[in-house]
Design a protein around this ligand. Structure first.
Ligand code: NCD
Length: 307
């Protein structure tokens, strides 16, 4: 029996298939309860502390909504930059202090590995809500949940990950998570923004089929899931490089004319120009349903790591 009690959630490759199944099943239960309008109290008396040292809308609000929906409470500094980090306190000391205030900690931080560092400082479960260009495991779990809801299964699917595969933490985590299944990957990125070699090599070592291309039009007809991402402006040292690359891939309604009838378009959001708004009205446009799935999936994670 898979158990997540007291565990940290730091990377997408930490999960066994049993654990993933447990999270999906728990999330489905919570989604059904919300649908029925039930008031849940599984987290009554518990406190979540959030730290967002980078901007966030969906991740932060869906974690907060998830905790409230479970009857728990949320504490957070209004803006992490107004916290004691600006006075020079180490992440270790901040987290060690919060251990005395909260039952679970959610952290978003610009540095790769920050969540691991935080987890080493405390016995309270730490959930990584994005560490720089590293990982974003909770996004990938809601992405997986979305694919299951929309496509019914993962095995046999061709998944195209498109955009800034070098700097995008969502695609790093999603590739790692989907490696538990029989998927075929198409990685679509400009040469400078290709998927990190260590991720490609680890997928290939697991026997997963990976093809890489710069050409989105070639890939649209074969994809079951077209996962678009934003070029990560904040990770560029040279603004001119960002300007040159920012509009490399734009999916339009017309371009989707060559897609499979059952294909879905996903995006972790925020989008800049990657998906034209004329796609929003198509049944294939799954990205706002995907964002909504953040609540039941994060409810499941909060409940499972604290009980
Ligand atoms: C993503 C992130 O922060 O990594 N957003 C999110 O959590 N939904 C994607 C992005 O910012 O491009």
């Amino acid at each position: 029996m898979a158990k997540l009690a007291s565990k940290d959630v730091l990377r997408a490759d930490q999960f066994s298939v049993d654990e993933i199944d447990l999270i999906m099943e728990t999330a489905r239960g919570h989604a059904a309860a919300l649908e029925r309008g039930e008031v849940l109290d599984r987290m009554r008396g518990k406190v979540l502390s959030t730290f967002f040292y980078e901007p966030s809308t969906r991740t932060r609000l869906s974690f907060e909504a998830a905790m409230h929906r479970l009857g728990g409470r949320v504490i957070s500094v209004a803006e992490a930059k107004s916290s004691s980090a600006s006075k020079g306190e180490s992440l270790h000391d901040t987290i060690k202090t919060v251990e005395g205030y909260a039952d679970v900690i959610v952290l978003r931080h610009p540095q790769i590995g920050a969540a691991e560092e935080a987890a080493r400082a405390t016995d309270v479960p730490v959930i990584n809500a994005g560490d720089g260009a590293g990982q974003h495991p909770t996004q990938s779990l809601l992405d997986l949940y979305t694919i299951l809801e929309e496509q019914g299964q993962i095995d046999g699917l061709t998944v195209a990950l498109v955009g800034d595969l070098r700097n995008g933490r969502t695609v790093h985590s999603l590739a790692d998570l989907l490696a538990n299944y029989d998927v075929r990957f198409q990685f679509v990125a400009p040469d400078e923004l290709r998927m990190p070699r260590e991720i490609v090599e680890s997928l290939e070592a697991k026997g997963i089929s990976v093809a890489e291309t710069e050409d989105l039009a070639d890939v649209i007809p074969m994809a079951d899931v077209l996962y678009m991402t934003r070029i990560q402006r904040e990770r560029f040292e040279n603004p001119a490089d960002y300007d040159r690359l920012k509009d490399t891939y734009v999916v339009t309604r017309e371009a989707l004319g060559s897609a499979k009838k059952t294909a879905i378009v996903m995006h972790p959001l925020p989008r800049v120009n990657e998906i034209s708004t004329d796609v929003d009205g198509l049944p294939a446009a799954a990205y706002f349903r995907q964002a909504a799935n953040g609540v039941p999936v994060r409810m499941a994670l909060l409940a499972l790591v604290t009980t």
